[in-house]
Design a protein around this ligand. Structure first.
Ligand SMILES: [Zn+2]
Length: 235
């Protein structure tokens, strides 16, 4: 017979599992998802979430200076607000991914809500940039029951990250140190060229971090690839 203590432990274990399933970078419980690329090539994927924003063009300029391709997980509402900047990302040769339309927390959401929100983002991105995303990054990295079939119906693979920069709260120097300490072959790096749905967000720390990081990582012998290239099995 189960005692209250073992029932309590089982409940705690189930809660722990659910927390990992929802938030864990390596969890694919709620849909196909990757969090890193191959370990045998000295390559990285630089990714940016929450754009486009007024801060995006300055980041594009740094990337273009070093001919570094990146992947931008755009928010549909921000694409509708700043279509020219969304298109400039695409025109510069970067990959565009789907980061939802309204940047909601997906936990406790019905599949119909998720299908509508992700589908609206897909439409906004296609309409304004011509790109059809094949990758989805969940807002706040939170996935939920029913997301898998929604992703599959839209042709979206899930992408988490190997290293996240906390660039929305840390200063540039701390972001750089954090990433340099954790970087490794095949790593997917997550930064932010916007701040959720905010207009004119302060992306100064992100910009400065990118300015310092890119030359350092190139000096360490890393090459940069888009997510599609990083994960392409024939590479
Ligand atoms: Zn986000």
């Amino acid at each position: 017979m189960k005692t209250l203590a073992t029932i309590g432990l089982a409940a705690a274990g189930a809660a722990g599992f659910l927390a990992w399933a929802v938030r864990g970078r390596s969890s694919a419980v709620f849909g196909p998802s990757v969090w890193r690329g191959p370990l045998d090539r000295r390559v990285l994927a630089l990714t940016f979430d929450d754009g486009p924003s007024e801060g995006t063009p300055a980041i594009l300029e740094v990337l273009s200076r070093y001919s570094v391709p990146a992947t931008f997980f755009q928010v549909g509402a921000n694409v509708d607000r700043l279509p020219e900047i969304a298109r400039a990302v695409r025109d510069a040769g970067h990959e565009i991914g789907n980061h939802s339309y309204s940047h909601p927390l997906l936990c406790f959401r019905a599949p119909g809500f998720m299908a509508d929100d992700l589908g609206r983002a897909q439409d906004a991105i296609r309409r304004h940039t011509g790109a059809v995303p094949v990758w989805f990054r969940a807002p706040f990295g939170v996935r939920w029951f029913g997301l898998g079939p929604v992703q599959r119906s839209l042709g979206l693979g899930g992408v988490m990250w190997t290293v996240i920069g906390y660039d929305w709260s840390l200063g540039a120097e701390e972001v750089v140190e954090r990433i340099l300490r954790r970087v490794s072959n095949g790593a997917i790096l997550c930064l932010h060229d916007g701040r959720e749905l905010r207009a004119r967000p302060d992306t100064g720390a992100t910009l400065e971090a990118v300015r310092r990081l890119v030359p350092k990582l190139l000096d360490q012998g890393y090459r940069f690839e888009t997510i599609s290239r990083l994960l392409c099995p024939t590479n």
